[in-house]
Design a binder for this molecule. Sequence first.
Ligand SMILES: NC(=O)c1ccc[n+]([C@@H]2O[C@H](COP(=O)([O-])OP(=O)(O)OC[C@H]3O[C@@H](n4cnc5c(N)ncnc54)[C@H](O)[C@@H]3O)[C@@H](O)[C@H]2O)c1
Length: 256
Amino acid sequence: MGRVAGKKVFITGGAQGLGACFGRMLADEGAKVALTDVNFEGANETAAAINETHPGAAFAYHHDVTSKDDWSRSLGEAAEAMGGISVLINNAGIGAAGNIETETYENWRRTQEIDVDAIFVGTQLAMPYLKDNQPGSIINISSVAGLMADGMMLSYNAAKSAVWMMSKSIALHCARAGYDLRCNSVHPVFTRTPIIDPLIDLGGGGDLGEKKLTRQIPLQRLGEPEDVGYCILYLASDESRFVTASEFKIDGGITA
Ligand SMILES: NC(=O)c1ccc[n+]([C@@H]2O[C@H](COP(=O)([O-])OP(=O)(O)OC[C@H]3O[C@@H](n4cnc5c(N)ncnc54)[C@H](O)[C@@H]3O)[C@@H](O)[C@H]2O)c1
């Protein structure tokens, strides 16, 4: 039996990067996974690769997390395909660079819309499915940027810290309501996915750009998607059954 055998996991932003890695690792441990993304082709390719080793374990859906209609449709279709939804991973997100003098209102709004508003809308719509499939787990991907600020990350800092507190509020509501439904946030540091390419470029590109990021991290390397994936496996499984309203820093020590 795998660590998450029988779990039915809905993952946003599942086409590439962290979301794709979570899908692979969860399927390896026995879960069914629905990978959703605005990049349907990418989600579909990732699901097909998973199905090669775990036939029938992965499904792909086109889903823009800023669209309420997309949420309703993809949640319904995924629940039908997997036989319910017991784990929701709010992972889709975008980065944003800009300070209080350079950031545009449009970019601020777009960042809040994808990184924060979508988690409110989607989690609310997912609640009936999660309540029907207890025990359940909601996992929100925040960032170390939700816990510590940078002058150039105005919109991203604001968005990711909102995700941190929102996760606790969701967790407390579920606990008080008597649901066996936990909610936690995960806070990665720079992790090797396409989202950090602009940061590497900003630092001069290639090895130089990467060095500028890693020298801030006590463990002296970038995170790998699997480093975050092991935390997701734990939170999606019943091993974490007494863990709710917590924040998990996968950060090589940077927030110390
Ligand atoms: N990689 C890191 O260094 C790092 C660090 C901290 C937090 N995070 C967070 O992890 C999450 C995953 O990021 P990643 O590193 O895999 O980045 P990524 O850019 O590789 O993947 C993000 C995915 O989200 C999808 N997406 C973007 N907008 C969407 C929308 N409106 N609707 C649906 N899907 C959408 C993209 O198509 C992409 O597949 C994000 O929330 C990000 O903020 C990443």
